[in-house]
Ligand binder design. Structure first.
Ligand code: ZN
Length: 100
């Protein structure tokens, strides 16, 4: 499919387990080299410094189903994201807003 569109020159440029990106989408900026597929990305959590990875499948869901900003990059590991979420919800409650 990607070959037919001329996005890549040969299929060997893309690992077998990579997920092709919807070409209608703005290319997520964190993706490197031929930015035509999602790959599992390893990153270091900015919060606790632990290594974590962002799976290709969850990136696809994030950008194509949740329609997240293509400028989003992985920063926090799963645990720290949960803590940050809880902190934000608590902060909203503390400031007198009702949860939506
Ligand atoms: Zn963390």
């Amino acid at each position: 499919m990607l070959l037919e569109r001329g996005l890549i020159k040969n299929a060997s440029e893309i690992p077998a387990d990579a997920i092709p990106i919807d070409p209608e989408l703005t290319m997520p900026t964190h993706l490197r080299c031929p930015a035509v597929c999602y790959l599992d990305i390893e990153f270091i959590c900015t919060e606790c410094g632990r290594p974590d990875f962002w799976s290709a499948g969850s990136q696809q869901h994030y950008f194509e189903i949740s329609k997240a900003s293509p400028y989003k990059e992985p920063k926090r590991c799963y645990d720290c994201r949960q803590k940050e979420l809880a902190r934000k919800i608590q902060a909203r409650l503390d400031s007198g807003h009702t949860p939506s």
